[in-house]
Design a protein around this ligand. Structure first.
Ligand SMILES: [Zn+2]
Length: 372
């Protein structure tokens, strides 16, 4: 879904596929609408150049904003694997929750501050370019850049998740209540209120005839609502699984199959009997791979007698696995990132357990209910 473009300060920069759509749309609206209105009398080709330059400045500004968040996070020792630029801007993938409210406040605040700082810088450059009477293709992108950074700063201060304003609000409530989950719940309620208000305004705007503006408001509202929900889920999962390792929650007694068994035998004696969706393949104590219902289904029933488990299994080197001392949150991330139902738990090439999505969900449910 996204394209890797490089690494800055150790953070992977990715472009989400929606980014290409919005980049084209921004260039187009700038070249056809905004720039001809602001700087009349130039050639159409020049408007396209100015539009594209301004769009590049917009996305460079978003990237700068995200890099500032990432820099602060990394200095605190949080890992930031990637920044993804997409439809509405960017997201820094900060793996863990911030350690305390004061730090979260600082990390969130640096975003809007960096945007306002960049706005001031570009504003001065624009003023200078005007004074020197430079060509419009230089003046126009600078002016747009200054303006867009002010807007970025202001937009991000809206107190709704996943925007910085939502994080600032959460940090304040967190400090006041001394409870991260409660603070997240409250900030998510506020975010949802904002989201629905935006969508409602969007409908009103459409009723009064400005349907493009209205659609944008509805879209942003919808995006904020989803982001708020995702933030809450992430916090609850992170809290419930903190200081739990894979070894604590895995199923240690593993039913394994041998690679030389026929598929027919495995279906009859394992899949029908144990009702698991998949089994590890083990020979002489060594983990060789996994065989799942999905692997079996790829072959017609008539061929099962002639095929062995080894023929249809996914070999060990292509299997995503976890170690018993890995944090349970890591297992959760791997399960959802690779969209698999179970992970083998390996220790020095031997299988010591299996961890499934439902194992983790049970832990999350119990620990959330007990507020551990
Ligand atoms: Zn931000």
């Amino acid at each position: 879904m996204s394209l890797r473009v490089g690494k800055i300060i150790g953070v992977e920069i990715k472009l989400h596929y929606t980014w290409f759509v919005i980049f084209t749309l921004v260039t187009w609206t700038l070249a056809q609408g905004y720039m001809p209105r602001q700087y009349p009398g130039l050639s159409p080709a020049l408007y396209w150049v100015i539009g594209a330059t301004a769009a590049v400045i917009l996305f460079a500004s978003v990237l700068f904003h995200e890099l500032c968040h990432s820099y602060v996070a990394k200095r605190q020792g949080l890992s930031v694997p990637a920044i993804t630029l997409f439809l509405f801007g960017g997201v820094s993938q900060i793996a863990e929750e911030p350690p305390n409210p004061d730090f979260e406040f600082k990390m969130a605040l640096v975003g809007p501050l960096s945007s306002f700082g960049l706005a001031a810088l570009l504003g001065v450059a624009w003023y200078g370019a005007l004074g020197l009477n430079l060509k419009p293709e230089l003046v126009a992108p600078l002016q747009y850049g200054a303006l867009i950074n002010v807007l970025l700063g202001v937009f991000n201060l809206i107190p709704a998740f996943p925007l910085d304003g939502g994080r600032l609000l959460r940090a304040k409530v967190w400090k006041w209540k001394d409870d991260l989950v409660a603070a997240t719940r409250l900030s998510v309620k506020v975010s949802e209120g904002f989201a629905y208000a935006l969508m409602f305004t969007g409908f009103l705007v459409i009723l009064f005839g400005a349907w493009i503006g209205g659609l944008w408001l509805i879209f942003i509202g919808w995006f904020l609502r989803n982001g708020a929900e995702a933030s809450l889920r992430q916090t609850i999962i992170g809290q419930a699984l903190s200081d739990v390792v894979v070894g604590n929650v895995m199923t240690p007694q593993v039913v394994a199959v041998e690679p030389h068994l026929t598929v027919e035998k495995v279906v009859e004696e394992y899949f029908y009997r144990y009702k698991h969706g998949g089994f590890p393949v083990v020979q002489g104590g060594r983990f060789e791979g996994m065989v799942t219902v999905h692997d079996v289904r790829k072959f017609p029933k008539e061929s099962w007698r002639g095929l062995s488990v080894r023929d249809i299994m996914t070999p060990a080197e292509r299997i995503i696995s976890v170690k018993p001392d890995e944090p349970a949150v890591e297992a959760m991330i791997k399960l959802s990132r690779h969209d698999v139902g179970r992970l083998p738990v390996l220790k020095e090439g031997r299988i010591v357990g299996i961890i499934t999505r439902s194992d983790l969900m049970k832990v999350i449910k119990t620990r959330t209910a007990l507020r551990l």
